[in-house]
Design a protein around this ligand. Structure first.
Ligand code: HEM
Length: 574
């Protein structure tokens, strides 16, 4: 079909100005063919020149004019042409009888709300179509949004629905390095998951506990004896440190300046994740360029740490060492650190920020959590600190006060992993309720085939399918008064996948064990080391208490500065 061929070539060709005049290069093929790769400027073969194309009659002069225009004009024209093509093709699209109903209006107008106000947009989609399955287009990608019990079951269990493929296109926030994180093969991903399981073995997790507590102690000491903090800054930062400690190496995690630099770079990836950088990753927008630089810098930090360790010949007790000792290829080691840092830090950071906020606003639960940790401490005669903790305090990078045996961090270090995991029902309930009400996740999959049906609507091979967790976690039939934070509520057992805070079916969180321990450690340090409450922007007790903003797909954060946590140190030595 001439029309579709011309679409393909017009979206694929760009020009570069050289001293010899404009030179045609291909910057990207169809979206799904080539992810952006700056090392991929291929000169266009002669048989593909515009003049040689059979359907180019009458276009020659336009093409010449285009080629002799300046870059900014060419760029603008290329973008306009691309948008026009999408506009026309989506208007011409026809629906079969079993196809999900499409959203009204042109698909171009759905892009920004999907990325910027997702919760509201998806809710509107269900309302306006009056269906429990609907579809819309993100440029050339068909996205089908599903809801309801049957849909949920198929979504979580169907073999052909692939998380990695879905996430790659629709999320776009993972740093993409070609061959490292952008097109990791299934085999490498499986290996990375296996290594993640190693990090969470009893022995590794147990030896991590004192180190994490030391990190918490150092950072909490920096907060001073009283003040106000923004949980999305300070608590998030603490969980970022935990993640770096757990998933990378001593050289990075003992260097606060480097951790802070990494956090800034990952924040750049978040803020640089715009509709354009996700859907048109090859389009050189300022956000895309910023993202590219941030990714390059992260890559360099990680690769330097790996190379330095290898060159030094010194064996350390950390995750990097485990990865190197496993003999994995460097791609896997870098992919593990770069990919999992972001998966781990975001989710734990958001959950911890909300958990501390809810505890500040629900003093009875705060007291219950404190009593639970006190009971754990009381039931054990704690032993002297283990050596890894002492190593951290002697680090040349972190000038923190020496660890005292009576400090909270030291006392909590003596509580064994098994007790943290099995003797903390209050903290388990707090974490479950926080991940229910303040985790704005929209699960994303791509149907790798065969085609399947959800609620009698067809999901073609190649289509993207998404399931918003709000469908279950904010459903008043399943959770009465769903916005209320109530850790005492029970998950209804008769409803399939009634709670999906850690995923469900064939896709469950592979970092659950680590994440839960991290959340419990930070909770223990915070509730015993501080008194805290939630205050509004004027410093008055917050009334009403902050409500998670599900339109913020990363942090669920209400307007910046709208509330703070007011805190004061207790007599306990951190
Ligand atoms: C509070 C913290 C966390 C929460 C609430 C959480 C939640 C989830 C959820 C809901 C999923 C399923 C996503 C879906 O079905 O679309 C998931 C998957 C995953 N999580 Fe987590 N997560 C957390 C922390 C972590 C950490 C710390 C790591 C790694 C260190 C991690 C690694 C993963 C991985 C690798 C997957 C993908 C599993 C797969 O491909 O089958 N998560 N997580």
């Amino acid at each position: 079909m001439p029309c579709s061929r011309s679409i393909k070539w017009h979206t694929s060709i760009a020009c570069r100005c050289t001293p010899a005049g404009p030179e045609r290069i291909i910057i990207a093929h169809a979206l799904e063919d080539f992810p952006f790769d700056p090392t991929f400027p291929l000169t266009l073969p002669p048989q593909f020149s515009i003049a040689a194309m059979p359907y180019s009659v009458g276009l020659q002069s336009a093409a010449n004019a285009f080629l002799s225009a300046g870059f900014s004009t060419q760029f603008t024209l290329a973008v306009i042409a691309f948008l026009l093509i999408v506009f026309i093709t989506s208007a011409l699209q026809k629906e079969g009888v079993d196809a999900p109903k499409s959203l009204p209006g042109n698909s171009l107008f759905h892009i920004v709300p999907f990325f910027r106000r997702r919760h509201q947009f998806l809710k509107w989609g269900f309302d306006v179509t009056g269906e429990n399955v609907f579809q819309f287009n993100l440029l050339r990608n068909t996205v089908i949004v599903v809801s309801g019990e049957n849909a949920r079951q198929t979504f979580f269990t169907a073999k052909g629905l692939d998380l990695t493929e879905g996430f790659k296109i629709l999320s776009g926030a993972i740093p993409m390095v070609k061959g490292v994180t952008s097109d990791l093969q299934t085999r490498r991903i499986a290996l990375i998951h296996k290594r993640l399981a190693n990090v969470q073995r009893n022995a590794s997790l147990s030896s991590l506990i004192p180190l994490l507590l030391q990190d918490a102690r150092r950072m909490m000491e920096g907060w001073g004896s009283s003040g106000q903090l923004d949980p999305f800054e300070n608590v998030y930062e603490l969980l970022f440190q935990f993640t770096i400690r757990s998933l990378s190496c001593v050289e990075i995690s003992d260097d606060p300046a480097l951790v802070s630099r990494l956090k800034t770079l990952y924040d750049t990836l978040d803020t640089g994740t715009t509709p354009a950088t996700v859907l048109l990753p090859w389009l050189p927008t300022p956000a895309m360029i910023q993202k590219l630089w941030a990714t390059k810098d992260i890559y360099e930090i990680v690769i330097k740490a790996i190379n330095d360790r290898e060159k030094s010949g010194i064996s350390r007790d950390d995750t990097l060492q485990m990865l190197l000792d496993s003999g994995d290829e460097k791609l896997v080691v870098v992919g593990f650190i770069m990919g999992l840092l972001i998966a781990g830090a975001r989710a734990t950071g958001t959950t911890a920020s909300w958990l501390m906020t809810y505890l500040g606003g629900n003093q009875e639960w705060r007291l219950k959590a404190a009593a639970e940790v006190e009971a754990l401490l009381a039931s054990r005669s704690y032993s002297p600190l283990s050596s890894p903790t002492s190593t951290t305090s002697e680090s040349p990078f972190s000038p923190i006060s020496p660890v005292s045996q009576s400090s909270l961090a030291a006392r909590l270090s003596a509580i064994p992993l098994e007790a943290w995991e099995n003797e903390t029902p209050i903290m388990d309930a707090l974490i479950r309720e926080t991940t229910r009400v303040a985790q704005p996740h929209t699960a994303m999959r791509r149907n790798l085939g065969p085609e399947l049906y959800i609620n009698n609507k067809i999901i073609p091979t190649g289509a993207y399918v998404i399931y918003p967790f709000s469908d279950i976690h904010l459903n008043p039939d399943i959770y009465p008064d769903p916005w209320k934070f109530d850790p005492a509520r029970k998950v209804p057992e008769h409803i399939p996948f009634a709670y999906a805070g850690w995923g469900g079916g064939k896709t469950t969180c592979l970092g659950t064990r680590l994440a839960k321990v991290e959340l419990k450690l930070v909770t223990a340090m915070f509730v015993l080391g501080f008194q805290h409450s939630v205050v509004d922007r004027h410093g008055k007790p917050a009334d009403p208490l902050p409500v998670p903003n599900w339109n913020d797909i990363l942090l669920c954060r209400p307007p910046v500065g709208s509330f703070k946590l007011k805190y004061e140190r207790t007599s306990a030595e951190l």
